[in-house]
Ligand binder design. Structure first.
Ligand code: TXA
Ligand code: MG
Length: 328
């Protein structure tokens, strides 16, 4: 825990009963609260309130055509917001609570702010497993709209300190409170599935693997991320980007580059996503290591090949977006 490193007026609060109550009160008062989930930290707001949801877009500098994930505590609580068919029920029963977000048709009588849907007639919902996220949802009794708690286009935060660093001036439009939940166990964002299409479509690879989803429900379609008309509007090619250029599938390193290893192959390096070649460990380390390397002011980062299996698909997806030259 890092409270003692920061001044007493800091926005950082501990996940005690009184801390969670304070965070729930802040959400009810339309303020932004950053909180941990098992994937990454979210920048939360009362999803029923237009002003609160609008302040998320403002704080992140997020394009207003990019809809938000609504966090809810349980399957039952989803019923008032979205239409849940058998496919959705099956997926939610198998993978929730957890790192899965489902895009579903919005109910016409849904109390959610229209801004969470950014003009679409759908809503993405997620039931997070993290006990602090669950405690917050239960304390505030509100659906919480929450994108990753970083400014738009930056690397997602996996610690409370990453969140605070994103809005260094407390007087600025960032979260009024940040709940300290240490490191996120998964370390990259949830898998996003579109259930409004005849075949379930993977919009974003993430914490739940494609293999596990296909084992549960059979083959699914994979969205091609066309930047001119993104199916998942947040999936613009350049996203999750550190400032330093990145070269992928590197087997060698040149002298102006820093090598980021995976496993034992490739040039010797002090930076390795997982020395044992464990993809789960690599995912958990990815964003923190990218931030660390960015701070070294190297000209370029060369990253070792990472297998495309399991969560490796999501790791490669985030790295590919970090290398793209198309800007959001
Ligand atoms: O792990 C996560 O998913 C984190 C934690 C905080 O839950 N949240 C997160 O949110 O990564 P964000 O806003 O950074 O990414 C949400 C993604 C975006 O690509 C967005 O376009 C897509 O989900 N999305 C949200 N609602 C959608 C909708 N109705 N239709 C299509 N895509 C949607
Ligand atoms: Mg994000």
């Amino acid at each position: 825990m890092i409270t003692q490193l920061l001044n007493p007026n800091s926005r950082l609060i501990q996940p005690t009963t009184s801390g969670i109550e304070a965070a729930a009160l802040a959400l009810s008062a339309s303020q932004l609260v950053a909180f941990p989930t098992e994937t990454v930290y979210g920048l939360g707001a009362n999803a029923n309130n237009d002003k609160a949801v609008a302040s998320i877009y403002f704080a992140k500098g997020r394009p207003t055509f990019n809809p938000l994930i609504v966090h809810i505590p349980s399957i039952e609580s989803a019923l008032q917001f979205v239409k849940i068919d058998d496919r959705a029920h099956n997926l939610l029963s198998t993978f929730s609570p957890g790192a899965l977000s489902l895009v579903l048709p919005r109910r016409s009588d849904s109390p959610l702010s229209l801004l969470v849907s950014a003009g679409l007639d759908t809503v993405a919902i997620r039931i997070p497993a993290h006990p602090i996220a669950q405690a917050l949802l239960n304390a505030c009794q509100l659906p919480i709209a929450a994108p990753s708690a970083n400014t738009s286009g930056a690397v997602s935060p996996t610690t409370a300190l990453h969140v605070l660093n994103g809005w260094p001036d407390p007087a600025n439009e960032g979260p009024s409170l940040v709940i300290d939940g240490a490191n996120c166990a998964i370390g990259l964002e949830s898998t996003v599935l579109d259930l409004t299409t005849p075949t379930v479509t993977l919009l974003r690879p993430g914490g739940v693997s494609l293999e596990d989803i296909e084992t549960a429900i059979g083959p699914i379609a994979i969205s091609t991320n066309d930047d001119t008309a993104p199916r998942s509007p947040g999936m613009l090619a350049r996203h999750y980007a550190p400032n330093t250029p990145i070269r992928l599938n590197a087997k060698t390193v040149s002298k102006h580059e820093i090598f980021l290893g995976f496993g034992q192959s490739g040039p010797k390096t002090e930076y390795n996503l997982s020395p044992t070649g464990d993809l789960i460990e690599a995912a958990a380390n990815l964003f923190a290591v990218l931030r660390q390397l960015d701070d070294l002011n190297a000209l370029s980062i060369a990253v070792a090949p990472i297998p495309l299996t399991g969560i490796g698909l999501a790791i490669n997806d985030r790295l590919t977006r970090a290398t793209s030259t198309i800007h959001e």
